[in-house]
Design a protein around this ligand. Structure first.
Ligand code: GAP
Length: 409
């Protein structure tokens, strides 16, 4: 991470050069600029040299060379400011614990550092009971535990966290096609969340994990820089073969088209639920100054993801408006999580809903009593429109449904 952060700083210098040049030239060609500008090329050369040395050292397991690289780059500890580094050492990232009451060697077990293995051991159960044909995927969410050396940056890195993983089983030899397929699909999925196209990038792994023949991360621009949000790995048949080997039970798929059995290859997508939450929350949270000089806190979260979908607000606490509002609330509650609020002035109530990301406020006023129309206020634009109750239901279902996101994929 120290070396990666150092590289990220040089990358940031390149981005600054690109930004400056883009402002100077009207018909700016970024690709051309990156491949010809002397300063950018010099920075890029530095990055390539560092990455080559880093990769060689990791592949050879040469930890002394990793330390030498840190010293040569004059990397300073971001916490203490010292350059007085200890030797680089291997850490065991797995949490050990004891099973049962007899604490001898044989009862040592490890908390899972990824959810993936549960999927591998159940692969045949799921394939047979679901009558699945390859290619197909099994997805799961669950806890994972890692003995992280430093757990920090709010919920970005924790020792107990939640993963959402999918193992996609494919015919051997087709894994690279599927790896590219899932890279594209997952990036599209992220972009559909509306957090900003330029906030994502791919980062190929310099050193592959023991199980992978290709691997990359989808990185997101968190408030503290571009960091890993999701990992996509081509895991070969490493996991299934090893489960076969150590359990003595076959984990093979009979391919009826080829009339043969084989151990499938696997492409994995693995995302941290907590990191996704942090990405959404940190990007959606905004403090804005409005045209009239007042300020508001607004959580610009995609309507399909917003925890509270709408607020039902009687304009005043009398004249029968609360009763009508309650009735509308009762009609909406089976489909949407709604909040009812009649306390304080309407403007203050809007602000409360803006701050928790409620995409729609439904206001009941005296006109509602006459023609059964309500006003619908949009969180982001603060625009309002008058709608009948049928129009209201249509509007809500078209904007709030998850299919709104998923059909874009
Ligand atoms: N099964 C493959 C695997 O676990 P990984 O890249 O080590 O791959 C996948 O982890 C995802 O899990 C990461 O992209 C990240 O979102 C999340 N993650 C990993 N370690 C984490 C930690 N200590 N705290 C929070 N999330 C973490």
């Amino acid at each position: 991470m120290l070396i990666e952060d150092h590289v990220a700083k040089i990358e940031a210098k390149i981005s600054k050069e690109v930004e400056k040049a883009a402002k100077r030239f009207a018909d700016f060609d970024e690709k051309m600029f990156r491949s010809t500008n002397a300063r950018v090329l010099e920075y890029q050369q530095k990055i390539d040299d560092i990455n080559n040395r880093f990769k060689q050292a990791l592949e050879a397991g040469d930890l002394a060379a990793v330390k030498q690289l840190i010293l040569d780059l004059e990397i300073v500890c971001p916490v203490s400011g010292t350059r007085n580094w200890t030797d680089v050492r291997q850490f065991n990232l797995m949490f050990a614990t004891q099973l049962g009451s007899v604490t001898d060697e044989s009862s040592t077990i490890y908390l899972r550092p990824e959810t993936a293995q549960g999927i591998f051991v159940n692969f045949l159960n799921v394939q047979k009971s679901g009558r699945m044909k390859i290619p197909f995927g099994i997805a799961q969410t669950g806890k994972a535990f890692r003995n992280e050396i430093v757990a920090r940056q709010f919920i970005f890195r924790m020792r107990e966290f939640e993963q959402m993983e999918m193992q996609y089983f494919v015919k051997p030899g087709t894994e690279m096609e599927w790896y590219e397929f899932w890279k594209e699909k997952r990036m599209k999925w992220h972009r559909s969340l509306g957090l900003g196209e330029s906030n994502y990038r791919f980062h190929d792994h310099l050193k592959l994990a023991h199980y992978a023949n290709a691997a990359c991360d989808i990185e997101f621009q968190f408030p503290f820089g571009f960091k890993e949000l999701e990992g996509i790995h081509s895991r070969t048949d490493f996991d299934l073969s090893n489960h076969e080997k150590y359990s003595g039970r076959k984990l093979q798929y009979f391919d009826t088209e080829e009339n043969r059995s084989y151990v499938p290859y696997v492409v994995e997508t693995s995302i941290g639920l907590d990191r996704l939450f942090l990405a959404i929350l940190s990007t959606a949270y905004n403090e804005e100054t409005l045209e009239d000089g007042s300020t508001r806190t607004v959580l610009r979260i995609h309507p399909a993801l917003a925890p509270v979908k709408c607020a039902v607000l009687p304009l005043v606490k009398k004249d029968g408006l609360p009763e009508v509002a309650r009735k509308i609330m009762d009609e909406l509650m089976p489909d949407y999580l709604c909040q009812y609020d009649e306390k304080d002035a309407i403007g203050k109530r809007y602000r409360r809903q803006d701050a928790i990301g409620t995409p729609f406020c439904i206001t009941i006023d005296h006109q509602t009593l006459q023609d059964e129309t309500v006003t619908l206020r949009y969180r982001d634009s603060m625009q309002q429109e008058r709608l009948s109750s049928t129009q209201l239901k249509e509007k809500l279902s078209s904007q709030l449904s998850l299919s709104h996101l998923l059909t874009k994929l």
